[in-house]
Design a protein around this ligand. Structure first.
Ligand code: TYD
Length: 220
């Protein structure tokens, strides 16, 4: 039997898979329900996280090592869970987060070579063992992702500083995709793979069906 806490829903996938659009669409849908919710993201869901984001994405001269990078994402996450996510869940809210710890497993653990065990251990400490109830994995072929990000601008409208990993090779993105899919195979109840190559409205409908299911049964 589930306690009376809120629901934690995370969105994952490669950069350019359409997470931001789907997070927005789900938030608009929640607006039309009685549910109270918050919309947040990692990294950068807190003031400290905003500073960490700056360090990670806009200070190339710091040449942050993969291990240091892994710790920075976990510091962001520890602050995010302690001050934003866990209090919102305790208040019975739905929390939608654009990325969560699966990103660390895929990016730092696998693609950056820090190691799955260490990153998982650190992640569980940072999230205080509160794993998401539902994780939507927007799956897209690495070559399609490249086409999309090549045409995109970052949230501030700047070109050339879109994300830490935009400049990485296609091989890096293929490795990431494979890792995300492996995570989904290992936890099929929690992580739902959605084909992100289709029209946003279709994808949204599929996500709403999963979320309605979650709300109805308390678990997937
Ligand atoms: P962001 O600008 O938020 O865009 P998007 O999520 O749409 O790609 O970029 C976040 C970047 O940080 C993204 O490339 C994935 C990466 N990341 C990690 O490497 N590890 C993590 O734990 C998280 C949360 C993100």
């Amino acid at each position: 039997m589930r306690d009376k806490q809120g629901y934690l829903i995370s969105f994952e996938g490669l950069d350019g898979a359409g997470k931001t659009t789907q997070v927005e669409l789900l938030a608009r849908w929640l607006d039309s329900t009685e549910r109270s919710y918050i919309q947040t993201r990692e990294p950068g869901g807190t003031p400290l996280g905003g500073e960490i984001r700056q360090l990670l994405f806009h200070r190339p001269e710091l040449t942050i090592t993969p291990l240091a990078e892994a710790f920075l994402f976990q510091a962001d996450r520890a602050q995010h869970f302690a001050t934003v996510i866990l209090p919102a869940l305790a208040a019975g809210k739905v929390v939608i987060t654009d990325r969560c710890f699966d990103s660390s497993l895929a990016y730092q653990g696998a693609a950056r070579g820090v190691g799955a065990e260490l990153v998982k251990h650190l992640s569980l400490i940072a999230i205080q063992d509160r794993v998401p109830d539902l994780t939507i994995l927007l799956d897209l072929d690495a070559t399609k992702v490249r086409e999309r990000t090549d045409h995109a601008q970052d949230h501030s409208g700047q070109r050339g500083q879109r994300s830490r990993f935009d400049a990485e090779s296609e091989q890096f993105h293929q490795r990431l995709r494979a890792e995300f899919l492996a995570l989904a195979r290992a936890e099929p109840e929690r992580i739902k793979v959605i084909d992100a190559s289709r029209a946003p409205e279709l994808i949204h409908r599929e996500i709403v069906a999963l979320v309605e299911w979650l709300f109805r049964d308390g678990a997937l």
